[in-house]
Ligand binder design. Structure first.
Ligand code: G6P
Length: 367
């Protein structure tokens, strides 16, 4: 059956509002809401002994894989590589004997991701894919496929499929950590609970729509926008920048906040809004001090944080948007939503073709 827009102006807007349901549905595939334990299906590699994992994908799916790398390394202590598929396929990297691969794709049909899959498979890696379309070519070519339960995504710019990919990767990281004995049961339960709290918190973020739309009105005339984050928030900064470029045609860059002093700080002036992803957690102080450096050079800091971060950031940020407080592990999933909403509102205010941006395709099946 054809998917409609319902009461929404664009498919992207409708799909943004599906975040709570999609994240919940996807998590329930891989977490037991009763026991709070991870339950993964049979995997093509044994996470307890796999020596190395290679993650690869394109576009937003790659940024999800990039977050996955941070999670898997931190929680399960498995060495990981994450590379865009168009590079991986020609880089000819040395692959670990007995290694595993994780490919991420909404469509399961992206040509470069498929080529990376073949390279990894032919190089002896056991291949797991995370796809939204169960009957896709990638699902068929993989040793196993895990499904995101996002339903059809029509908007070219990925929204709910992205948070669903993150949800699967978070469950994988927890499952791998348990298999390797790098987290104990109490920690697993705490992190599982954090994940299971995301749908409710996501609904609360969506209720801040008016506030985010007002922020969009502030930045819609900018020529450049800088998104900054550290750790697992760095890929989300890149996702925010990618979304803004894709649908509003404003030049944006997502940068690791600590790297700003090695270049992008030269761009800082009052005409370049700086969108900061700065939830409280172990990297809060470091990120906040990078932001303060930008503010000291006339940068207009617009910060996404939580209740604990709002006070310190409010001393120099022009705007602070307070999101629900959540464990730092789950924060990248929650923070994806406002940056997608922001890009959506900028594009809608500018009147661009939100669902069908120029020069882009939903699924790139040619190289
Ligand atoms: C295209 C889409 C992006 C998507 C990327 C990867 O560029 O416009 O939104 O992230 O392809 O697509 P996939 O189907 O492999 O996730």
């Amino acid at each position: 059956a054809a998917v409609g827009k319902g009461n929404y102006r664009h498919f992207m807007e409708k799909e943004l509002h599906e975040h709570p349901a999609v994240i919940g549905d996807t998590l329930r595939q891989y977490l037991d809401p009763g026991t709070h334990a991870v339950r993964l299906p049979r995997l093509p590699f044994d996470p307890a002994v796999v020596p190395r994992l290679t993650l690869s994908a394109c576009g937003s799916a790659f940024l999800a894989a990039h977050v996955g790398r941070y999670w898997i390394e931190q929680l399960a202590r498995i060495p990981c590589d994450a590379d865009v598929a168009s590079e991986l396929r020609y880089r000819d990297p040395p692959l670990a004997p007995g290694g595993g691969a994780i490919l991420v794709s909404q469509s399961g049909e992206t040509a470069d991701t498929m080529a990376a899959l073949r390279l990894l498979r032919d190089g002896g890696q056991r291949v797991l894919s995370i796809v939204n379309v169960p009957e896709s070519t990638m699902a068929r070519l993989s040793d196993a496929a895990l499904l995101t339960v996002a339903g059809p995504e029509i908007g070219v710019a990925s929204t709910k499929a992205f948070t669903a990919q993150l949800s699967v990767l978070a469950c994988l990281a927890l499952g791998f950590a348990r298999a390797r004995g790098t987290i104990d049961a109490a920690e697993e339960e705490r992190l599982t609970e954090a994940l299971l709290s995301i749908p409710g918190h996501a609904a609360a973020v969506l209720e801040q729509d008016g506030r985010i739309k007002a922020l969009a009105a502030e930045i819609m005339t900018a020529r450049d926008v800088l998104f900054l984050g550290r750790g697992s928030m760095f890929p989300i900064a890149m996702e925010g920048a990618l979304k803004l470029k894709e649908i509003s045609y404003i030049h944006a860059e997502g940068y690791a906040a600590g790297e700003m002093k090695h270049g992008p700080i030269a761009l800082i002036d009052p005409a370049v809004p700086v969108i900061a992803l700065c939830p409280s957690g172990p990297l809060f102080e470091k990120t906040a001090s990078n932001l303060q450096e930008a503010a000291a050079r006339g940068g207009r800091i617009m910060a996404f944080t939580d209740a604990a971060g709002a006070g310190p950031l409010g001393r120099f940020a022009e705007q602070v948007i307070t999101l629900p407080s959540i464990d730092p592990f789950a924060a990248p999933i929650l923070h994806s939503i406002p940056v997608q909403l922001l890009a959506y509102h900028v594009a809608a205010l500018k009147g661009t073709d939100v669902d069908q941006p120029r020069n882009l395709a939903k699924s790139v099946t040619v190289e």
